[in-house]
Design a protein around this ligand. Structure first.
Ligand SMILES: Cc1cc2nc3c(=O)[nH]c(=O)nc-3n(C[C@H](O)[C@H](O)[C@H](O)COP(=O)(O)OP(=O)(O)OC[C@H]3O[C@@H](n4cnc5c(N)ncnc54)[C@H](O)[C@@H]3O)c2cc1C
Length: 452
C-alpha cells in the first residue's frame, strides 16, 4: 500500500457490512487490504454457520481470492476438475463431454470444486488477520435509513436494540436482504422476490459410505463434474475435500414448498419423496440417493428477485445475492458476490474517498455499480437460460438441444450446459474486474455525468 493511500488515522471511514456470507467476508477483506481500518461486519447468526455443501470455485473467483491472500489455503483442500460430463439421468448415457484442463493455461487458475466451509473459513481467517476488521455476530440489522449518512437498527442477541451510524453501508445480507427492502422503500420502488418454481437437495456422501461400491467409488476418485439431466430436474455432483466427500446438489420442481410462506427457504425433505422425484433416473443414482440417511434430507427453495433499477442509494450499496441472486446452474453466485467485493476494494479505496463526504462515497459506489450491474445481471439471465436448456422435456426444443450435444460429441459446437462452454468461460473468466474498476475510476465521461 502506498503511503498516500492510507487514511489519516484520526478520521477513518466507518464502514458497516451487513452479513458475513461470501459477499460480506470478501468485501471486508478487500476493503481492509485497500487500507481501510474501521470495518465492522454485522451477522445475525451466532457464527459463520455455512451449510455443509460443496461449491464450484471458478477462476474468476480464484484470481480475486489469490490477490486477497486466501486462495492457496482453499486450493490446498479443493479438487481440480479436469473434465465435465453431461449425461441423461434416466440412462446414464453421456450426452456431452468437455475437457477443462485448458482452463489453468488460459485463465491462470484451474476450475476447482471445494467445500463452502473451507472457502468461507479462509476468507474469515484472512479477515481476522486484519486489525481493521471487527465482527459482531448475533447482530440483526433492520430499518436502514440513508440520509444524511447511513444508519440502521442493530438488534443484538443480548442487549437492547439501538441505532448505529456509519459513513458507508454495504448490504451483503443475501437474497432475503433487509437492506434491499429498506432501499426499495426509500426509493419508492417495487422489485419482488420471484419464485423460480425450483428447489434443490444438497447431499454429501462420505468415502466411507461409498467405499463398498466400485461404481460409486469411481465417481469419487475422478476429477470430474457430472450433471445428470431429465425433464425439469437435474443432479450435479463432484468430489470435494481431497476426494473424501462426493457432493451432490439438485434442482427439481418445488412441489414440497406448495403453500409455504415466502419466508420459507428450507424444508426438511422426505427420503421417499426425493427418491420419487428422481424415480426414473438410473439405478446408480438411486444407489447414491439411497445412501442419504433417513431424516437428513433437506430441500432448499431457489428464489431470485426482479432486477433492481439501482444497487446504490446515498452511501449505501447492495452486494451479492442481495442485488443479483443467481440460480446455481452457472455456478457463479458466490463468484459474482466476490467480484462485487473486489470492485468495491478499488472504487472505495481510501485515497478515493479521503474527504469522507457522502457525495464522494456516492460516486465511488456508482462506479462500482457501473462495473458490476450489467455483468452480474447478464449472468443471472444466463444461469436461468442454462437451467431451462437442461430441464427440457420431450419435444422440438429438446430435439434441437440434443443435436447440439451430438455436434459437441462429434467435436465442435457450443455446450448447452453453459458454464462449460468455452465462449461463456471466456466472457466470465477472461475479464479481470479489478482492471475494469481501475479503468472506470478514470472514466472522465462517466464521472462528469455523475457530477451533472
Ligand atoms: C444449491 C446452490 C448451489 C450453488 N452453487 C454455487 C457454486 O457452485 N458456485 C458459486 O459461485 N455460487 C454457487 N451458489 C450461489 C452462492 O451460494 C450464493 O450466490 C452466495 O452464497 C451469495 O453470497 P451472499 O454473501 O450474497 O449471501 P449469503 O451467503 O446468503 O450471506 C448473507 C449473510 O447475511 C446474513 N444476514 C441476512 N440478513 C441479515 C440481517 N438482517 N442482519 C445481519 N445479517 C444478516 C445471513 O445470515 C448470511 O450470513 C449456489 C447456490 C445454491 C442455492
Amino acid at each position: 500500500m502506498l503511503e498516500t493511500d492510507k487514511m489519516a488515522d484520526s478520521t477513518p471511514v466507518k464502514i458497516a457490512i451487513v452479513g458475513a456470507g461470501m459477499g460480506g467476508l470478501a468485501s471486508a477483506l478487500a476493503l481492509a487490504k485497500s487500507g481501510h481500518s474501521d470495518i465492522t461486519v454485522y451477522e445475525m447468526a451466532s457464527g459463520l454457520g455455512f451449510v455443509g455443501a460443496g461449491i464450484q470455485l471458478a477462476p474468476n473467483m480464484a484470481r480475486i481470492l489469490d490477490r486477497l491472500g486466501c486462495w492457496a489455503q482453499i486450493a490446498a483442500e479443493a479438487v481440480q476438475c479436469g473434465e465435465t460430463s453431461i449425461r441423461e439421468g434416466s440412462t446414464d448415457k453421456e450426452l456431452g463431454h468437455v475437457k477443462l484442463d485448458y482452463i489453468q493455461k488460459t485463465y491462470g487458475y484451474p476450475h476447482m470444486v471445494g467445500h463452502r466451509a473451507s472457502l468461507a473459513g479462509a476468507m474469515y481467517e484472512g479477515c481476522l488477520n486484519e486489525p481493521g476488521i471487527k465482527f459482531a455476530f448475533g447482530s440483526t440489522i433492520s430499518n436502514v435509513q440513508f440520509s444524511p449518512t447511513p444508519s440502521f437498527t442493530l438488534t443484538p442477541v443480548k442487549g437492547e436494540p439501538h441505532r448505529v451510524e456509519c459513513d458507508v453501508l454495504l448490504g451483503c445480507d443475501g437474497v432475503k436482504s433487509n437492506t434491499r427492502v429498506s432501499m426499495l422503500k426509500a426509493l419508492g420502488e417495487i422489485a419482488d422476490v420471484k419464485d423460480t418454481g425450483q428447489a434443490a437437495y444438497r447431499i454429501m456422501l462420505t468415502r466411507d459410505q461409498m467405499k463398498n461400491d466400485p461404481e460409486l467409488l469411481a465417481l469419487l476418485d475422478a476429477d470430474r463434474v457430472t450433471r445428470w439431466i431429465g425433464e425439469k430436474r437435474h443432479l450435479i455432483a463432484y468430489p470435494i475435500d481431497n476426494k473424501n466427500i462426493y457432493n451432490i446438489s439438485s434442482a427439481q420442481p418445488d412441489v414440497n414448498f406448495a403453500g409455504a410462506a415466502n419466508s420459507t427457504y428450507t424444508t426438511k425433505g422426505s427420503k421417499s419423496a426425493m427418491l420419487q422425484v428422481y424415480g426414473d433416473f438410473c439405478p446408480m443414482i438411486h444407489k447414491m440417493l439411497n445412501l442419504v440417511p433417513e431424516g437428513e434430507v433437506v430441500e432448499w427453495k431457489l428464489r431470485v428477485h426482479e432486477p433492481l433499477t439501482t444497487w446504490v442509494h446515498g452511501s449505501t450499496a447492495l452486494v451479492g445475492d442481495a442485488c443479483h441472486p443467481t440460480l446455481p446452474h452457472l455456478a457463479q453466485g458466490a463468484a459474482q458476490a466476490i467480484e462485487d467485493a473486489a470492485v468495491l476494494g478499488v472504487t472505495l479505496a481510501p485515497k478515493r474517498i479521503a474527504d469522507r463526504k457522502p457525495e464522494t462515497i456516492y460516486k465511488a459506489l456508482k462506479i462500482y455499480e457501473k462495473v458490476r450491474k450489467a455483468r452480474a445481471e447478464a449472468l443471472v439471465e444466463l444461469a436461468a437460460e442454462s437451467g431451462r436448456g437442461m430441464h427440457l422435456g420431450a419435444g422440438k426444443a429438446k430435439e434441437e438441444r440434443d443435436k447440439v450435444f451430438a455436434a459437441l460429441k462429434a467435436g465442435n459446437g457450443p455446450v448447452p450446459d453453459k458454464w462449460a462452454d468455452a465462449d461463456v468461460q471466456k466472457m466470465i473468466y477472461g475479464l479481470d474486474v479489478v482492471e475494469e474498476a481501475e479503468k472506470a475510476c478514470k472514466d472522465e465521461t462517466f464521472l462528469a455525468k455523475l457530477d451533472s
